[in-house]
Ligand binder design. Structure first.
Ligand SMILES: [Mn+2]
Length: 439
C-alpha cells in the first residue's frame, strides 16, 4: 500500500499543478483530522483548494461538484462509486470504508481494504499520503493518532499504525482508559459514561468517598489524575471498579493504551481532544474543529466553549428522554425523538443509552431524529451479543429505500420523513423476526 500511496501522491502533484482542488471530508473526529492534515499539506504544496465537511455523501451533493476542479475525498466515498463514476472530473479518494462496487475509471483510490492491510483510519491514510507529498508533513503525525483513537482503532496496532505513532510525539501509557487521563480522578469518574458504578457515577460526594476508600492520593489538594497514579493506586482502582461496576465486563474493557499529546503547550488526553473535535463538528463548527486540531490559538477558546455547550446539549437530550415517543419490547427499544433531539447527537444518545445499566445485553436500541425532510436513525446493540443490527437496518431499507452505514453493533441509516410510519412498522417486524432467527 505504501508504494501505491507514493505513486498516487506523485500523480496528485502532477495533476493538481494548474487545477483547483475540492477537498471533501467526513464530519467525525477522523474526518476532521484527515481534513486538517490535508489542509496543511496543500498549503505547503502551494495549491489552491476549498474544503467542505459533510455528514454523509448524498447523490445530489456529488452531482453538483464542479467539473473543472480535482476532487479529493477523505474518510468517505468508498461506497459512493455509483454516483462518483458519473462525474467528468478526476477524483482522488483516501478512505478506509468498505468498497462495495467496481472502482470507476476516473478514480484513484487508496483504501487499506484493497491491499489486505491492517485497519487504518482515514486520518492515517491522509497522513501517509501527506508524508509522500512532503517530508515536512511528518509533524502532522499527531493528527493521525487523534483520528485513529477517534475511530477506535487504537487497540490493535499493526505495523503501519505503530509507524505513524513513532512519527508522532504522542506518549503512550498503559492504564485505565477513562478520559481525560490528565484531570483529577473525581471529575473523570463522576461524569464518565463508559462505566457505571452505583453511588459513584454522577455523585460528587460518592466519587470522593470511593477514591478515598481506595487510597487514591492527592496532589496539591486535588485527587490525582490517572496518569499521576502509582502502580499500587492504579491496580487498587481497577480492582475497585471491576468489583463495583454494574457493566458486565467491569473495568476489563477499560484497560489499554492512554495516548497523551502536547497541544497548545499542555499535556492532553487524545481521547479528550478527539471528543472536542467531534463536539465542534456536530454542532456545525467544523471550521473551528480543524483550526483547533491545527493548534490555532484563536480556535482554542471557541472550541472549549462549544465543547461545554455540546455536553450541556447531551444532558438536555438525556433529560428529555422520558417525554419522547417510545416503543418498547422485550428485545428492543425504539425512541422517536422527532425534532426534540438534534440529528447530529442522536447517535451519541443511542450509545449512552446502550452503555447505561438500564437495558439487558442483547437489547437493540434504535433512536430516530429529524433532519429536515429526512430521519436520521441510529441503532446500537447493548453489550457484544452476536446480533447484527446493521443487517436488520439493511433489510428494512431494502423495502423503504435509503442509505445504511455502520457495523454489527452500531449502525445507522437515513430515511425519508414521509416514510416514518412505514419505517417504524417494518423495523418492528424485522427486529422481531431477526432477533428470533439469530437466537
Ligand atoms: Mn474514519
Amino acid at each position: 500500500m505504501l508504494k501505491a500511496i507514493k505513486e498516487s501522491a506523485k500523480e496528485f502533484i502532477k495533476k493538481t499543478e494548474f487545477k483547483k482542488i475540492r477537498v471533501i471530508s467526513h464530519n467525525d473526529s477522523d474526518g476532521i483530522t484527515s481534513a486538517a492534515i490535508i489542509t496543511k499539506a496543500l498549503q505547503r504544496l502551494g495549491r489552491k483548494f476549498s474544503l467542505i465537511i459533510v455528514k454523509q455523501l448524498e447523490e445530489e451533493f456529488i452531482r453538483t461538484l464542479p467539473e473543472e476542479e480535482i476532487i479529493l475525498f477523505l474518510d468517505l466515498a468508498s461506497n459512493s462509486f455509483n454516483y462518483i463514476k458519473k462525474l467528468k472530473t478526476e477524483v482522488f479518494i483516501l478512505d478506509h470504508h468498505e468498497i462495495i462496487s467496481e472502482i470507476p475509471e476516473n478514480v484513484t483510490i487508496i483504501n487499506p481494504h484493497l491491499f489486505n492491510e491492517e485497519e487504518i483510519s482515514g486520518a492515517g491514510i491522509s497522513y501517509l499520503f501527506a508524508r509522500e507529498l512532503n517530508d515536512e508533513n511528518k509533524d502532522l503525525a499527531y493528527l493521525a493518532v487523534i483520528g485513529m483513537v477517534g475511530d477506535m482503532l487504537e487497540k490493535n496496532l499493526g505495523k503501519i499504525l505503530q509507524g505513524i505513532l513513532n512519527d508522532s510525539k504522542v506518549i503512550v501509557k498503559k492504564g485505565l482508559t477513562l478520559y481525560p487521563a490528565t484531570r483529577p480522578l473525581n471529575k473523570v469518574l463522576e461524569y464518565n459514561s463508559d462505566v457505571y458504578i452505583p453511588g459513584v457515577t454522577g455523585s460528587n460526594q460518592g466519587t470522593k468517598e470511593f477514591l478515598r476508600e481506595n487510597g487514591i492520593g492527592r496532589i496539591g489538594g486535588q485527587f490525582k489524575s490517572i496518569i499521576e497514579l502509582d502502580k499500587e493506586e492504579m491496580s487498587k482502582l481497577i480492582t475497585a471498579i471491576t468489583l463495583q461496576a454494574t457493566n458486565k465486563n467491569g473495568a476489563s474493557d477499560l484497560i489499554g493504551n492512554i495516548y497523551l499529546i502536547n497541544i497548545f503547550n499542555k499535556l492532553e488526553d487524545v481521547r479528550q481532544v478527539s471528543a472536542m473535535l467531534n463536539a465542534c463538528s456536530r454542532l456545525g463548527e467544523s471550521g473551528i474543529a480543524i483550526a483547533y486540531a491545527l493548534q490555532n490559538k484563536k480556535a482554542k477558546e471557541s472550541a472549549e466553549v462549544i465543547y461545554a455547550k455540546y455536553k450541556q446539549s447531551l444532558v438536555n437530550a438525556l433529560d428529555s428522554l422520558p417525554k419522547l415517543k417510545k416503543i418498547k419490547d422485550k428485545n428492543y427499544l425504539i425512541i422517536n425523538a422527532e425534532d426534540k433531539i438534534k440529528d447530529t447527537i442522536i447517535g451519541t444518545i443511542a450509545s449512552i443509552i446502550s452503555n447505561s445499566k438500564e437495558y439487558e445485553e442483547g437489547t437493540a436500541i434504535i433512536a430516530m431524529a429529524y433532519n429536515e425532510d429526512k430521519i436520521k436513525v441510529s441503532a446500537r446493540m447493548v453489550g457484544k451479543n452476536g446480533k447484527n443490527i446493521r443487517e436488520v437496518l439493511n433489510s428494512v431499507i431494502e423495502i423503504i429505500g435509503g442509505e445504511v452505514g455502520g457495523h454489527k453493533f452500531a449502525a445507522g441509516c437515513l430515511v425519508e420523513k414521509s416514510k416514518e410510519a412505514e419505517f417504524i412498522k417494518e423495523l418492528k417486524k424485522h427486529l422481531e423476526v431477526e432477533l428470533v432467527k439469530i437466537k
